[in-house]
Design a protein around this ligand. Structure first.
Ligand code: SF4
Length: 752
């Protein structure tokens, strides 16, 4: 149990720390005096300070030390730019970057990839050189989807990883806690700051029995989503247990954990078991499997009598295949009811496209089971009625199914094999078969099916199902088709029932790695020059923000007093702005353009305090900035709710904001503001919000003695010359006050 075992085959500097983690678990167990669930063990095993950490599920904020960080290409850009601005020589925690989100599906794998490499060249060049410089593993375009690569190479039982993508929990299928975070959190961990997470509640899901016929692991999570709804997992980790967990594959468990994101769960996890050992062996990691076996009885499973905050039971013997949607992943319909429900709801019955693969369902098992159905149909002379696409999750999967014949089966069936990337799952799909606005149905084995997600058409009714069922729909071309009971007509005119899918969990000949798409950081990183073209409109180096001048702030104009809901989408819109995620100056042109000005009920229309001129919010902020004038924003309740997007905090800081003063904040946004050196402050008296006029100016007093728990004062000067004061509270702790003083958390790190 004392061995030094590498976390993976690609890094010679990262090791598995079971011994230390188990020691931490023992310390916590003694303190709490109760048995722990498996998820709790992993969390508490990674505590920064197990002796003193307050631990109450659903209440305390845990300070954690994750084993690694994974970033996808869209979110990695700003995360790495921020990391660079800290001036540190290399990342403190093993990190990888994966090029998967920026590849558009148009005609098929190789050509689409070549086009994306050309279109996104400057982003890829930046990521390739920055990762080399800062000792980060780089997975080039074409390597596959982040979560599949993590499962194949980096995940191991008992680990804690964070990833800048919401489906990071996929790796829970290999017994680890893998949690999706915003870029700011990733930067903290890269820079050696502990990572904070509200101690999640634990939702136990007990699986009993064994699946059969057309039912597959995807149906477990589709069923669960129907029970919990999209919000049911919020603030919780889903921990699976019961005899049923030992009856299916590790990649199947990955699928289930992946889609835990659809019920809002912090993450999902399965306890270490035989299927994980098989998968680790098949992916060349027998040493890890052997090491994990030594910790199986104490670290890698729940204690006897561990208590869950709630328990849901699913009987796999009777579980039916499900189809979820349209427009939301929690609208779950068992296949036996689908015909009736589809007709009742007037859903378009022709299935136009069946799409299998993606990070959710592109394992070897998924591919072989889908291919088995196609072969069975082909034996009866039947081909696809719908269009059919296949997205391999990784180059390894693509190469293996190319070698073993499934890829050929898909192509002979009329399928298009797309690049190893996100493609249609994230709307990177140049769909040609219908016009925008046409009402139509598609079925995919993906995870999300919100309006417009796949093809930008709000009239597309997108359903999610297992790859097996998706394939069956593509064969029948009809949403009313139930492969368990409904017959098809073969080319000989005879009716036949499709055979239930069959396939191999793991390739008997082993995986074929395919093309080498990994770039390890070079030994001599000093010489690497990070490539950012000065004229680029997509990437821009960050300059560290200036430190606080040590004085109270006086006479600050109010950039905008926002009214009603102000989410991160109002603060920093997504959509076309995503292109500028690596360019703070350009993306700042969307700052608060969606927020409603309390003065005139208009969006993006505010008055310049000094000139009286009305302009857009970013333009007015820029005018203030040009004069060296700091400003504040006034906001209402739960300001900054929504995503963990760090741009919503970087932009006001870049544009010269000093404080954001609200009735209350969404917690992640509040922390992000603190990290960037802005002051998030709250009205102690919420009525003060109503009294403030957008035409007022404000002083913020008491900053020189800023201390945890101590209010500061807002002094308001009205246009009429009156002055009044109101107290403001804050949630700064001692360490965070230093962030404010230094100008940002990263400045503080760099000053160490
Ligand atoms: Fe996200 Fe879809 Fe890509 Fe998976 S395949 S990482 S869900 S965009």
């Amino acid at each position: 149990r004392d061995s030094k075992v590498n976390q993976n085959l690609l890094e010679n500097y990262s090791f598995i720390q079971y011994k230390k983690q188990l020691e931490n678990v023992e310390i916590v167990k003694q303190r709490l005096g109760r048995p722990l669930t498996y998820a709790e063990k992993i969390l508490y095993g990674h505590l920064n300070d197990p002796h003193n950490q307050e631990i109450e599920r659903g209440v305390s904020y845990l300070k954690l030390r994750p084993d690694r960080v994974a970033c996808q290409d869209a979110t990695a850009q700003m995360a790495i730019l921020q990391f660079m601005s800290a001036g540190l020589p290399q990342v403190a925690t093993p990190t990888t970057v994966h090029c998967d989100h920026l590849i558009q599906a148009q005609i098929g794998g190789a050509k689409d990839l070549a086009r994306a490499v050309d279109l996104n060249k400057e982003v890829y060049d930046f990521l390739a050189t920055a990762t080399a410089k800062y000792n980060i593993g780089f997975w080039k375009p074409g390597s596959g989807i982040i979560h599949q690569i993590v499962l194949e190479n980096y995940a191991f039982p008992g680990a804690l990883i964070i990833g800048t993508d919401s489906h990071t929990p996929n790796a829970g299928g290999l017994g680890q806690l893998a949690i999706g975070v915003g870029g700011a959190d990733a930067v903290d961990v890269m820079a050696d700051l502990p990572w904070e997470l509200k101690a999640p509640k634990i939702l136990g899901v007990k699986l009993t029995g064994k699946m059969n016929g057309w039912t597959s692991p995807k149906d477990i999570i589709l069923k669960l989503a129907g029970i919990t709804t999209v919000k049911g997992g919020t603030g919780k980790i889903v921990e699976y247990f019961g005899d049923g967990v030992d009856t299916f594959s590790c990649t199947g468990m990955g699928t289930i954990c992946n889609m835990g994101a659809e019920i809002g769960a912090t993450t999902s996890v399965f306890p270490f078991n035989k299927s994980m050992v098989d998968y680790l062996n098949a992916t060349g990691r027998s040493k890890i499997a052997d090491f994990a076996k030594l910790y199986n009885n104490d670290y890698l499973k729940a204690d006897e009598g561990a208590e869950y905050d709630e328990v849901i039971e699913i009987d796999l013997n009777t579980l039916e295949p499900h189809v979820n949607g349209p427009f939301t992943p929690d609208l779950a319909t068992p296949i036996s009811k689908l015909k009736e429900v589809a007709i009742e709801n007037d859903w378009p019955l022709d299935v136009k496209v069946g799409l299998i693969g993606s990070c959710t369902n592109s394992s070897y098992e998924d591919m072989t089971r889908s291919a088995s159905i196609i072969k069975n149909a082909a034996e009866h002379g039947v081909k696809a009625k719908s269009l059919f696409t296949v997205t391999p999750g990784s180059e390894q999967i693509r190469a293996t199914i190319a070698r073993d014949g499934q890829l050929q089966t898909f192509e002979e069936f009329g399928g298009v094999v797309l690049a190893n990337a996100c493609g249609p799952c994230i709307g990177q799909w140049d769909r040609q078969d219908i016009k925008k606005g046409d009402k139509n149905t598609i079925v995919s084995s993906y995870n999300r099916n919100f309006t417009s997600r796949n093809d930008g058409n709000p009239q597309t009714h997108a359903f999610v199902a297992s790859p097996e069922l998706t394939t069956a729909f593509a064969i029948a071309g009809d949403l009313r088709f139930n492969p368990i009971t409904d017959k098809l007509v073969g080319s000989d005119g005879k009716e036949f029932l499709l055979q239930p899918p069959s396939g191999e969990g793991l390739p008997t000949r082993g995986y074929d790695a395919g093309e080498n798409t990994y770039q390890a950081p070079p030994a001599d990183r000093e010489a690497v020059n990070v490539q950012i073209a000065p004229e680029s409109d997509r990437l821009q180096r960050l300059t560290p923000f200036e430190a606080w001048n040590g004085k109270d702030a006086e006479n600050l104009p109010i950039l905008i007093k926002s009214k009603g809901k102000t989410t991160t989408d109002h603060i920093s819109m997504a959509g076309p702005w995503l292109k500028y995620r690596g360019h703070l100056e350009n993306i700042s042109n969307n700052y608060m353009i969606g927020a409603i000005n309390a003065e005139n009920d208009k969006a993006n229309h505010v008055k310049n305090y000094y000139t009286g001129e009305y302009k857009g919010v970013p333009d007015t902020a820029r005018d203030y900035k040009a004069q060296g004038q700091k400003w504040v924003v006034i906001g209402g309740e739960n300001f900054g709710e929504g995503s963990s997007r760090e741009h919503a905090a970087l932009e006001p800081r870049y544009l010269g904001g000093f404080a954001i003063i609200t009735k209350s904040f969404a917690r992640i946004h509040e922390t992000n503001l603190k990290k960037q050196g802005l002051l998030p402050l709250n009205f102690v008296d919420p009525a003060a919000y109503d009294r403030i006029n957008p035409d007022d100016t404000v002083d913020i007093l008491g900053l020189t003695t800023l201390a945890p728990g101590k209010n500061v004062t807002l002094r308001i000067h009205t246009k009429a010359g009156e002055t009044w004061e109101t107290p403001l509270s804050h949630t700064y702790n001692t360490e965070q006050i230093e962030w404010f003083k230094y100008g940002s958390a990263l400045n503080k790190m760099a000053a160490k």
